[in-house]
Design a protein around this ligand. Structure first.
Ligand code: NG6
Ligand code: CA
Length: 498
């Protein structure tokens, strides 16, 4: 019997029934959450009941990937549908970087906009803001989310550890006193505020590496700032602040289709959890931040339930890159990790070319998905744009989103095929096709961060059979030359694409 036929029919009815009404979409994007950090992905030392419930009601992918082992390039690919490595300027963006996605460029939000959705981004941005001169913190900030299709934005402009430590709502810094303008400098100290380097006695959390510039809220940051005192955030309150903003957006738009990019700060450094969660995991601040994240997810799901829109809301949960335990602060996470394995046992971590760099939790919940499904299909965040375009019946400009594939059937569990191959960006590039993975040679250290993570860099070709050797311990480059040549070629062809 031809199995394709019934699947096709099923898919037809699923889309007809479930998407008769345009489904809302919430993309929950965690920061630095590892493959093994959730109880639904096997963690034993920590419980994430709200996220587990998403997995229980939807589809859990075992081979879901961010496009990069760091934040900025992953977010760029997610929103544009194009691999960030195709341009040369998508490393970790500085806190005063200009916008990587310029105003007027296509993004997933502009695609949703064409379909009549209201779109919001709430939380971490880290894609730069403003024109070539960077963001104007004291006025109207150009080239932000509102200029690429979002209708509402409430942002942590870069990361929690980068200045300026202020929120941006739509295109302005929140609560800025014009008589106390913000000044930012990423090279030299500016103003009189103490720094971690000069006044370590003033720190409530010590840095282990970097993070010794301006001290704000007792935490040393990357970069120097002064001014904007009334606008400074309090790290302890960030999670609830952005969760509240997300809840308000959902409530306001409960009667029309919406897309919410909930880009949480959890569990990135500095991890300064609210007292409600502090010490609750027994695993240090990192574990507490995971609990805080799970709580935010629970709150969002509760709002959907109370507005009775859960069944018409697709929820996707994933992470921008893999895990790191000490990412530059002494926050008790290393000492208290116990038996917990943030990578779920995969090799590497954040920044790494090995699997833990980019293989991340990836959950899709929608009423059309059979509850509790698990898929081993290869899926990537770069497909978000084309997949959402397909779901909302929109055409889009293919040239600027050329890496994005419509994987709706896979994401909904109608098809188990997934992508034929994916590319992973780190200090180098890797490519996975089926069970084979190739890592391109790269000289020298990929990054200079003193993290206890193997970057996966090597001057020689690396080839791994992820089925037989999921932990990437046996380099088969020399023993399976045919596969090596095949994957090298495949990557080379991808690199030649415009
Ligand atoms: C690094 C920071 C790290 C983190 C990372 C970006 C140091 C020593 N390390 O420069 O703490 O902020 O950048 O992380 O400063 S990401 O998830 O946003 O890519
Ligand atoms: Ca990250």
């Amino acid at each position: 019997m031809n199995m394709k036929f019934p699947f096709f029919i099923l898919f037809f009815f699923l889309t007809l029934n479930s998407f008769g009404q345009k489904p809302n979409v919430i993309l929950i994007y965690a920061d630095d959450l590892g493959y093994g950090d959730l109880s639904c992905y096997g963690a034993k030392a920590i419980k994430t009941p709200n996220i587990d419930k998403l997995a229980k009601l939807g589809m859990k992918f075992t081979k879901g990937y961010s496009t990069s082992a760091t934040c900025t390039p992953s977010r760029y690919s997610l929103l544009t549908g194009r691999y960030a490595f195709r341009r040369n300027d998508t490393g970790i963006a500085a806190g005063n970087a200009s916008a990587l996605i310029k105003g007027g460029q296509q993004s997933v939000a502009s695609v949703f906009g064409k379909a009549g959705y209201q779109s919001a981004v709430v939380g971490k941005w880290h894609l730069g803001l403003g024109g070539p001169e960077g963001p104007n913190w004291n006025g109207k900030i150009s080239n932000g989310p509102l200029d690429i299709g979002f209708n509402y934005a409430f942002l942590i402009p870069a990361t929690g550890d980068r200045v300026p430590c202020v929120y941006v709502e739509n295109d302005r810094v929140v609560n800025l006193d014009p008589n106390d303008p913000i000044q930012v400098n990423y090279v030299n100290k500016i103003g009189q505020w103490p720094t971690g380097k000069e006044n370590p006695d003033l720190l409530k959390m010590k840095h282990s590496h970097g993070h010794d510039n301006t001290i704000l809220n007792g935490v040393g940051r990357i970069g120097y700032m002064t001014g904007g005192t009334a606008a400074l955030w309090k790290d302890e309150d960030i999670a609830q602040r952005i969760t509240d903003k997300a809840k308000q957006f959902i409530t306001k738009n409960s009667k029309n289709p919406f897309f919410l990019f909930f880009s949480t700060h959890e569990i990135h450094v500095p991890r300064v959890p609210h007292s409600k969660f502090l010490g609750k995991s027994g695993m240090g601040n990192r574990g507490d931040a995971i609990l805080q994240f799970d709580d935010s997810v629970g709150q969002l799901m509760q709002v959907l339930d109370s507005l009775q829109i859960s069944s018409n809301t697709m929820v996707i949960l994933t992470s921008d890159n893999g895990p790191v335990v000490d990412d530059g602060y002494h926050d008790g996470s290393k000492e208290n990790i116990g038996k917990h394995k943030p990578t779920g046992g995969l090799r590497g971590g954040k920044y790494s070319a090995f699997e833990a760099g980019t293989r991340v939790p990836f959950i899709v919940r929608h009423t059309s998905i059979k509850a509790g499904e698990v898929s081993n299909a290869l899926v990537s965040q770069v497909d978000f744009l084309a997949t959402m375009a397909a779901m909302t019946n929109q055409s889009y400009e293919i040239a600027s989103a050329s890496d994005s594939q419509n994987q709706l059937k896979t994401w909904l569990g109608v098809d188990s095929k997934g992508r034929s191959h994916i590319i992973e960006q780190s200090g180098t590039l890797g490519i996975i096709q089926g069970n084979w993975k190739y890592i391109k040679p790269n000289k020298g250290p990929a990054y200079n961060f003193q993290v206890e993570i193997e970057y996966g860099n090597d001057e020689e070709d690396q080839l791994y059979d992820l089925n037989r050797d999921p932990f990437e311990t046996y380099n088969l480059a020399k023993s399976v030359p045919i596969k090596l040549a095949e994957l090298k070629n495949l990557l080379q062809n991808e690199l030649l694409k415009k």
